[in-house]
Design a protein around this ligand. Structure first.
Ligand SMILES: Nc1ncnc2c1ncn2[C@@H]1O[C@H](COP(=O)(O)OP(=O)(O)OP(=O)(O)O)[C@@H](O)[C@H]1O
Ligand SMILES: [Mg+2]
Length: 333
């Protein structure tokens, strides 16, 4: 299911929570929406998932306009959507299996179908043996797995994840993201992934849009955004990424001082000895403090953490020449 947003606006009093957002969210992909707290992510997701109506603008699912549906149509359409949240929103009065059964009861499925499907879904999220477990006895990661199974119960076209991993530790986060990726492929789902963490975007998304103050700052494939971030907001998100993922970030630090610049370059960029040329050309020095490889989806990027010293003007020229060689330069201090 493809989602198209046309000039969406949502105000709360004088506050423009969502302001002129137009986006194409492609079918059968994982689409990330990243932004700081208050950027408007949850508001946007409420509009896209038809929980709230925009003040103006349009929401389309494939060729159907859905922001102006009647109450009855809305209920039916919303059954085609799955949602998971940071705080899981499970019923504590129901056990794991009964939570997964709930949406199917609402849809009026018969008991036998429900019980078969509950088993299948809990097996899919690797909790086949915890069907009778009270919710209070499950870990955070397990609760989110139950929530995922419940979200998938009525075979949705779209899965919305609003900060679904924000309450989980990094290892559990990776396991949940891996599960979401597997399910997305298996079920041909369109996934909308709301987050404030670049790690989540890197480890799960195909596309990402960056939100700031209710508006889109930039949108692209994760590969594009990581290798050529345009806006300051995006660069700031990326600058805080380097040491986050122990498995995939193999940066080696051979200095305790952090280094002022982080250079990022895509594999197979060039055979030119750029750094030694720049040293000669502008009479600057590179003091390398760390370096390694970072994996973004299937692609690998080299990173080099360094200081560049010399005359101010020479350092500026060095940086702009690095950028011309398609190397991203982020200032880390
Ligand atoms: N129902 C509401 N009534 C009034 N103001 C609201 C309402 N919902 C959101 N806002 C305001 O709209 C802005 C965007 O909020 P939103 O919850 O969409 O941000 P967010 O990006 O999801 O933030 P977070 O990362 O903290 O969840 C905030 O300033 C918030 O206070
Ligand atoms: Mg939010």
């Amino acid at each position: 299911m493809q989602i198209t947003l046309k000039n969406l606006n949502r105000n709360y009093g004088t506050l423009h929570a969502v302001s002129g957002i137009s986006l194409d969210i492609p079918s059968n992909k994982i689409f990330g929406i990243i932004g700081r707290s208050g950027a408007g992510k949850s508001t946007l997701v409420r509009l896209v998932s038809l929980l709230e109506k925009p003040d103006s603008g349009e929401v389309w699912y494939d060729d159907q306009r859905v922001d102006n549906l009647s109450e009855k149509e809305l209920i039916l359409q919303r059954r085609r959507l799955g949602m998971i949240f940071q705080n899981f929103n499970l019923f504590s009065s129901r056990n794991a299996g009964e939570n997964v059964a709930y949406p199917m009861e609402i849809c009026g499925k018969d008991k036998e179908t429900i019980s078969k499907r509950v088993k299948e879904l809990l097996e899919l999220v690797e909790l086949g043996d915890r069907i009778d477990a009270p919710i209070s006895t499950l870990s955070g990661g397990q609760k989110q797995r139950v929530a995922i199974a419940r979200a998938l119960a009525c075979e949705p076209d779209i899965l919305f994840c609003d900060e679904a991993t924000s309450a989980l530790d990094p290892q559990t986060t990776r396991a949940i993201l891996k599960l979401i990726r597997e399910i997305q492929k298996k079920m041909n789902l369109t996934v909308v992934m709301i987050t404030h963490q670049m790690e989540v975007v890197r480890d799960s998304c195909d596309y990402v849009t960056v939100l700031s103050e209710g508006s889109v700052v930039e949108t692209g494939t994760v590969k594009e955004i990581f290798s050529k971030p345009k806006s300051e907001v995006t660069k700031d998100f990326l600058a805080h990424l380097t040491t986050a993922d122990q498995d995939k970030d193999s940066t080696v630090h051979w200095s305790k001082v952090p280094g002022r610049y982080t250079l990022r370059f895509a594999a197979g960029n060039t055979d030119t000895p750029i750094i030694s040329r720049l040293t000669k050309e502008f009479d600057v020095e590179f003091n390398i403090r760390g370096g390694g490889v970072q994996k973004v989806g299937e692609d690998e990027y080299g990173t080099l953490i360094c200081d560049i010293t010399g005359e101010d003007e020479a350092v500026k020229k060095t940086i702009s020449k690095l950028k011309r060689h398609k190397i991203t330069v982020e200032e880390t201090l």
